[in-house]
Design a protein around this ligand. Structure first.
Ligand code: 2P0
Length: 316
């Protein structure tokens, strides 16, 4: 059993992340064990701040407002707390602030569960090492395993049934010129979340059988691209990986198409820019928004084509 070592944890921060090789599909739905390894880059200052404190009743607060106890998000958070406090009788208040749009395909669950894991570690005085924090964060949300670190991060799928070898590690490589542009098409709540979407794909899309091979090949190419600092290879691999993932979603039943007309228009603008010689690529998650990939020297030209783009510098 674990008990709190203080009335409250400090406020802990974890960054959001965007995968260049995506996590799509689970081999174990309970433990969030993935079918494939994935590789992401963290979004520096964009993420979640989370605090855990002792309370009279279990409470979850998001961006300053209390979340109803029956809400899906609140239930996931309290179920995660229950992994640690089993057998003890205290209640907790969990407060999270996101500086990213929630449920817009910008992975707020990733930074949220990573920050919550850091807060829990301090609240209960667990002092777990990073790989163990990552493995536990994974049980809250798969992509949260990658949000324990800055920069490039690889989540190794692991082979064990208990999942204790399925955690993320940072890559010891920086790429200061790398830029990520957040192109918001629609930041409303989506009808089918990632969890339901990937389960549907695994269960119904024959095309999904090709996904693990695609992901393994892309992961290898991304490691090479990062080692060589070859932006063309990084961009091409990330874009093809994202479109391959979306192909498996579209081949599901009922079909899953997260794109909106403006998403397709933005893809065509990217392809046109590339045809004109601009090194610009995109990736997309389970939502209609695009994340543009480019380097510092292209920033002015990218801004001209996408006015008002929010640009992130993952390496400061
Ligand atoms: C990724 N996504 O690698 C992929 C690409 C969305 C598309 O990880 O069920 O919220 O909590 O493990 O982590 C989003 O899935 O799913 C995600 P769960 P999660 O970023």
């Amino acid at each position: 059993t674990v008990t709190p070592v203080a009335d409250s944890s400090d406020t802990q921060f974890a960054p959001s992340n965007i995968a260049l090789c995506k996590y799509w599909g689970k081999r174990d739905v309970e433990l969030n064990l993935p079918v494939n390894s994935s590789l992401s880059v963290s979004l520096a200052h964009l993420g979640s701040r989370t605090k855990v404190s002792v309370s009279d009743s279990d409470q979850v607060w998001l961006n300053g407002a209390q979340v109803a106890a029956g809400d899906k998000f609140a239930r996931k958070v309290i179920a995660f707390i229950d992994l640690f406090r089993r057998g003890t009788d205290h209640c907790v208040r969990v407060e999270t602030e996101n500086n990213i749009p929630t449920a817009a395909g910008l992975a707020s669950s990733a930074s949220g569960f990573a920050a919550l894991m850091l807060a829990i570690d301090q609240f209960y005085g667990l002092n777990l090492e990073p790989s163990v924090l990552s493995a536990f964060a994974r049980m809250g949300s798969g992509s949260a395993s990658r949000s324990l670190y800055e920069g490039f991060v690889e989540w190794q799928m692991g082979i064990r049934e208990d999942g204790m070898d399925s955690f993320a590690l940072p890559l010891d490589v920086r790429w200061p010129q790398l830029r990520i542009g957040l192109l918001k098409v629609d930041t409303g709540e989506k009808a089918v979340d990632s969890r339901a979407g990937m389960n549907r794909t695994v269960d119904t899309a024959h095309l999904y059988q090709s996904w693990p091979l695609q992901a393994a090949a892309d992961l290898e190419r991304l490691h090479q691209a990062i080692a060589d600092q070859s932006f063309t290879c990084l961009g091409e691999t990330a874009e093809q990986n994202a479109l391959s993932m979306h192909a498996t979603m579209i081949a599901s039943w009922p079909p899953l198409l997260y794109w909106q007309p403006d998403s397709v228009a933005a893809m065509q603008t990217v392809w046109q820019a590339r045809a004109e010689g601009l090194e610009l690529y995109f990736t997309m998650d389970a939502g209609p928004n695009l994340k543009l990939l480019f380097t510092a020297d292209a920033e002015t030209a990218v801004n001209q084509r996408f006015p008002g783009l929010e640009v992130i510098r993952p390496f400061g």
